[in-house]
Design a protein around this ligand. Structure first.
Ligand SMILES: NC(=O)c1ccc[n+]([C@@H]2O[C@H](COP(=O)([O-])OP(=O)(O)OC[C@H]3O[C@@H](n4cnc5c(N)ncnc54)[C@H](OP(=O)(O)O)[C@@H]3O)[C@@H](O)[C@H]2O)c1
Length: 430
């Protein structure tokens, strides 16, 4: 074998310790497959005395992660600290400037600074591996970059956050409310103490921006992603969805349309029986539609020490083989910004729930407004009568534009029989 690839790991938490574990357990296999020995030479974290469940005895320790870069026995830096700015950004820049490649699981960093860092990598003749940053253990970066290289990608979408999928699955299975299930998920360690990034859709949006860049050859554009998390998904909507043969999932969708690039992370309904509807609990899935291959589905564990370290190890092997391409597959100057498509142009079917006063004529008023706005109703559920009280009316529409839908819902909301803002959820034709 040729000279070893020597790596320095910054960040020894869930993923960092997982990478050390995987290299201890499967390092020989990985080295044989890569055609080059892979060794860890140095590490960095905050607390030198913390027990990480793996031995660090033979590894050089740095309190300051950026000091790893200057270590002559470190050929490549593995950044597993996290955060879009601060020390992770500083370390990544320093490594690239020093001509050392970087491997990271940090989607926030690349979603916000991807284009700048890709340019820096290119200028210094190195690259960045980030298989672990998108959907953890699912090798979707490699699939888009290599396996689907002969396709024009039409859309890429998926369930990109295991915490949200676990919460939605449990809400459906138990009929419990969001807050209750979130608290349980935190106790079980499936949700962070501060769950904001996950449940507000930000983590999914980071990953989606990277998927879109890979799929469509554009720089990642996190700010162009329309984001809504799962806080407002109710047990009631989940129950109605089931009754109508639908499942609610937090989807991340990137689609090239005639109006530009549509990117959104939002709770959406998918038909029960479609492959994506069957991804439950903490699992993730990504669907890529190519013009030649048609639909491909990639599923697996999106987080956790083993699955995420598995993806980091794949990048380490590619680095050892000298097989990592430019960061977003194309050289930075060939990445082309695609203008964002306004969501008002989105065409699709919708689920609508209204809370109305139960009195004669309400349904007729709603139907008339829908008809006047060319929105046609596909199915309707009206609950048993409780005269004078609030009751739900639930309907699904045929395909229409989102602008028309928003317009008609504003008029419906203005009816004095409608007691709450209507709930609107897209139904995916996925
Ligand atoms: N956890 C997952 O399942 C998962 C999945 C996919 C991607 N990721 C990504 O992987 C990265 C790491 O996540 P994680 O879950 O492993 O995080 P974590 O458990 O919180 O670990 C973070 C590590 O970074 C170290 N650290 C923090 N600030 C530091 C500083 N200023 N200097 C040196 N070290 C510092 C910490 O040191 P101490 O241990 O000494 O405190 C800790 O070892 C993040 O970008 C995350 O988004 C995680």
């Amino acid at each position: 074998m040729t000279k070893a690839l020597r790596i320095g790991i910054a960040g020894l938490g869930t993923v960092g310790a997982g990478v050390i574990q995987i290299l201890r357990q499967n390092g020989e296999l990985l080295s044989a497959r890569a055609g080059k020995e892979v060794v860890i030479t140095a590490v960095s974290a905050r607390d030198r005395n913390r027990d990480r469940g793996v031995s660090l005895d033979d590894l050089r320790w740095y309190d300051d992660p950026t000091a790893l870069v200057a270590d002559p026995d470190v050929d490549a830096v593995v950044e597993l600290i996290g955060g879009s700015d601060g020390i992770a950004l500083e370390l990544t820049r320093a490594a690239l400037v020093a001509g050392k490649p970087v491997i990271t699981a940090n989607k926030a960093l690349l979603a916000h600074h991807g284009a700048e860092l890709a340019r820096l990598a290119e200028a210094n003749g190195v690259t960045i591996g980030y298989e672990a940053a998108v959907a953890g253990g699912i090798p979707i970066v490699k699939a888009l970059r290599e396996g689907l290289a002969g396709n024009r990608i039409i859309s890429v979408y998926g369930i990109l956050n295991g915490t949200c999928n676990y919460i939605l699955t449990t809400m459906r299975e138990t009929g419990r409310d969001f807050q209750d299930v979130l608290a349980e998920a935190q106790e079980l360690g499936y949700a962070e103490a501060d769950p904001t990034f996950d449940i507000d859709g930000i983590d999914s949006a980071h990953k989606l921006a990277l998927l879109a860049a890979l799929a469509f050859g554009c720089p990642p554009d996190f700010d162009a992603v329309n984001i809504e998390g799962i806080r407002h998904v109710s047990a009631l909507d989940i129950a109605f969805a089931t009754e109508m043969g639908l499942r609610i999932k937090l989807l991340g969708v990137a689609r090239k349309t005639e109006f530009g690039l549509e990117q959104w992370v939002q709770p959406a309904m998918v038909k029960i029986g479609t492959p994506i509807s069957q991804i439950e609990g903490v699992f993730n899935a990504v669907v890529a539609d190519g013009d030649q291959v048609d639909t491909t589905l990639h599923s697996g564990r999106g987080a956790g020490a083993g699955p995420t370290a598995s993806a980091v190890a794949a990048d380490i092997a590619d680095l050892a083989r000298e097989a990592l391409p430019p960061v977003f597959t194309l050289p930075v100057d060939q990445l082309t910004r695609i203008p964002p498509a306004h969501m008002g142009r989105h065409q699709g079917a919708y689920y609508i729930r209204l809370m109305v006063v139960d009195r004669p004529g309400v349904l007729a008023d709603v139907s008339a407004l829908m008809r006047d706005h060319n929105v046609s109703i596909e199915s309707l559920i009206q609950r048993a009568r409780n005269p004078g009280e609030a009751v739900p009316i639930v309907l699904t529409t045929h395909e229409t534009t989102e602008a028309d839908m928003i317009d008609v819902l504003a008029r419906i909301r203005a009816l004095d029989s409608v007691l709450e803002p209507p709930r609107m959820i897209r139904i995916g034709t996925l």
